[in-house]
Design a protein around this ligand. Sequence first.
Ligand code: NAG
Ligand code: NAG
Length: 337
Amino acid sequence: VGSGVICDNIPGLMSRQRLLCRQHPDVMMSVVFGAKKGVKQCQRQFRHHRWNCSVSHTDSSVFGKLMLKGSKEAAFVYAISSAGVVHAITRACSQGRLTNCACDPTKTGSSSDRNGKFDWGGCSDNVRYGSHFARMFVDAREKRVKDARALMNLQNNRAGRRAVRRHMTLECKCHGVSGACTIRTCWLALQEFSRVGSYLKTRYDSAKQVSMNPMGTGLIATTSGGRKKTTRSDIVFFDESPDYCVQDPLAGSLGTADRECNHTSKGPHGCDVMCCGRGYDTHVVRRMRKCDCKFHWCCYVKCRECEELVKVNTCRGPNPTAAPPISNSIYARRTFT
Ligand SMILES: *[C@@H]1O[C@H](CO)[C@@H](O)[C@H](O)[C@H]1NC(C)=O
Ligand SMILES: *[C@@H]1O[C@H](CO)[C@@H](O)[C@H](O)[C@H]1NC(C)=O
């Protein structure tokens, strides 16, 4: 199948993205894989929250399905998808799966860190290429209209790319007589993507609310104590989030009816918070679990599958006889005008 056919069948690509796709069909696999990995990681980070990152049309999130509001959650989805794309392309480079890149060619000769001198060796992950391609591709969706929302998305895409770069670490191997570390060979290595995910979650927790600057050329942080600059690693957003308690598709909220909660926890997964005060039901459900695990010489662990009965709490839905919740229609109006 020619690359034209593949690229024409990925939904939601902008024309510039389709062009990049045709020119680099090999990289596209990593782009798609990376975007999916980003959303999966998002779901993992938010599994215990009211908003659980179940973005609709999950698999095309990088390719155009815009989330309606400029909320903190939309901001996070952009950042982590962008990070996923950088991570996946960079990994594919090192594995020799792409024609235009390989291990970082600049990491040759010798250098030094706080432990002294070392020689570059092995394969340094080529995060510059990954980041460069991700930027060209993911940002291509925003370039045309540089309105406020485009500036927000570009900033969050960049925060995602930086998060991956920030988690590169120097890994070394010692050589020398009987393990004496007289000669070291080192390379720069990507970290597990879950580390990047946890880090971006902390940036989400301290995300900055912004507005357009008076010239309309950039974003400024809107804090209670006046205006402040944002840094290039900040996750930024415009709109206050809905509380995600009830279903409101226009605001991107599925509601928390039937979500599982923990009745002893005081955190976001606790039934009080998760169910928004509507209460919860307790059911007994059967679940399979690994049990009687035995270590066999050498070296594997064998377990049995045991069935167990567990109590599960799930949130009640909104009371159907009560007045309907005030919807976030203000956001909808804003988005569609
Ligand atoms: C997220 O929550 C919705 C309901 O609020 C549920 O239908 C969906 O399965 C959940 N998604 C994940 C990935 O947990
Ligand atoms: C529920 O929350 C409590 C307190 O945070 C915790 O100790 C417990 O392990 C949680 N239970 C489950 C099933 O996650």
